[in-house]
Design a protein around this ligand. Structure first.
Ligand code: SIN
Ligand code: MN
Length: 300
C-alpha cells in the first residue's frame, strides 16, 4: 500500500494521515486476543497507571507475541511510512497503550521527537508514529488530540514531567500550547447544521482497525478515559535506519537497539499466521535492562 501525491501533500501540511478501518475486524480480533496475557505480566515491560493496577503502556509485544510481531512487519503499516521517509525503517519503539475504561489517565501535551533526541540521541526527526486502534475510538474514551501543522516548528521547549502520571514525559507548557492551537485555527466553530468544525485541535476518531500516522514533531495529547469503554491502541515508532539512536540511556525494551531494516510480510500475514521469530518469548534478556550514557560511533 503506497501513498498518493495528495496524501503526501496532506501529510506535509498537517503532519498526520488518518486511515479509518485500515485493518479488518478479523485481523484486530487476533491482536486483541493477545492483550490480556501481555497485560497480566508482572514485568518491567508493563507500566501501570499511578495508584491503579490498570496497564498504561506495555512495551515490546512484537518480540513476545506472534500477532504483534506480524503487525510490526505489516505492509499496510510499514509501506506508507517508508514512502514518507524514503528509506528502510527499523522499529524504535513498540507500545500497547491501555487507556482503560474509567482508569486510563491523561497523556500531557508533548512531541515524541523531544524525548527521542534528548534521551536516545536520535539525530533528526526522521521517525514516525503510527497508532493502530484495537478498540473503537470515540469522543468519550480519550481520543488522541493533535495540533495540525505543529510538526513544522521543530523541537519545542519542554520540561521533564515526573509527577503527573506514572510515565516520565517531556511536556509542553500551557501558554505555548495555547499559542500553537491559536496558530492552527483556534477553537473551530459550528456549521449551519450545528456540526462542530475543528480548528486548531483535531481528534481522529474511528472504528477498531483504524490507523493514524503522525510526524514525530507533531504536538499531541489525550485526556483521561471516564467512559465505560477501553481505548487500547498500539503505538509503533518507525525510524529511518540511517537515523538510528546514538545512545542507550533508556532500556532496550523502551528504545530498541536492533537497527536491522524491517522486511514486510504478505498483506494477509495476520490471518494466514505467517511464521515470525519471537526472541523474547521466554522472557526479556538481562541486556534489555542495561543502560549506558556512552555515545555510539555512527555506523550508518
Ligand atoms: C503517546 O503519546 O505516546 C500516547 C498517547 C495516548 O495513548 O493517548
Ligand atoms: Mn507521544
Amino acid at each position: 500500500m503506497h501513498l498518493s501525491p495528495d496524501q503526501k501533500a496532506a501529510f506535509e501540511r498537517d503532519g498526520y494521515l488518518f486511515f479509518p478501518g485500515h485493518f479488518s475486524a478479523a485481523e484486530i480480533a487476533l491482536l486483541n486476543a493477545e492483550v490480556p496475557a501481555l497485560y497480566a505480566r508482572r514485568e518491567a515491560c508493563n507500566v501501570r497507571e499511578k495508584g491503579s493496577d490498570a496497564v498504561r503502556t506495555n512495551f515490546a509485544a512484537h518480540l513476545v507475541s506472534a500477532p504483534f510481531a506480524r503487525l510490526a512487519r505489516h505492509p499496510r503499516m510499514v509501506l506508507p511510512v517508508q514512502d514518507l521517509l524514503g528509506e528502510p525503517l527499523y522499529m524504535h519503539q513498540f507500545k500497547i497503550n491501555g487507556k482503560m475504561a474509567f482508569e486510563g489517565d491523561v497523556w500531557q501535551w508533548h512531541q515524541d521527537f523531544g524525548t527521542w533526541t534528548n534521551d536516545d540521541l536520535m539525530p533528526a526527526p526522521r521517525a514516525m508514529n503510527i497508532a493502530v486502534y484495537l478498540d473503537d475510538v470515540n469522543e468519550f474514551n480519550g481520543p488522541l488530540m493533535l495540533i495540525p501543522g505543529s510538526h513544522k516548528l521543530g523541537v519545542l521547549e519542554a520540561g521533564h514531567d515526573l509527577k503527573t502520571t506514572s510515565y516520565p514525559l517531556w511536556t509542553i507548557d500551557n501558554a505555548l500550547i495555547a499559542r500553537l492551537v491559536e496558530r492552527a485555527g483556534g477553537p473551530g466553530g459550528f456549521d449551519a447544521a450545528g456540526c462542530y468544525v475543528p480548528g486548531g485541535i483535531v481528534a481522529p476518531k474511528g472504528p477498531a482497525g483504524s490507523m493514524l500516522v503522525f510526524h514525530s514533531c507533531l504536538v499531541h495529547a489525550s485526556t483521561s478515559n471516564l467512559s465505560p469503554w477501553n481505548r487500547v491502541s498500539v503505538y509503533l515508532s518507525l525510524c529511518a535506519v540511517s537515523n538510528h539512536i546514538r545512545r542507550f540511556k533508556r532500556p532496550e525494551y523502551i528504545a530498541h537497539r536492533d537497527f536491522t531494516p524491517i522486511e514486510c510480510l504478505p498483506d494477509d500475514c495476520l490471518l494466514r499466521q505467517s511464521p515470525v521469530e519471537l526472541p523474547w518469548a521466554q522472557g526479556m534478556p538481562a541486556s534489555a535492562l542495561q543502560t549506558s550514557l556512552e555515545e555510539l560511533v555512527a555506523t550508518a
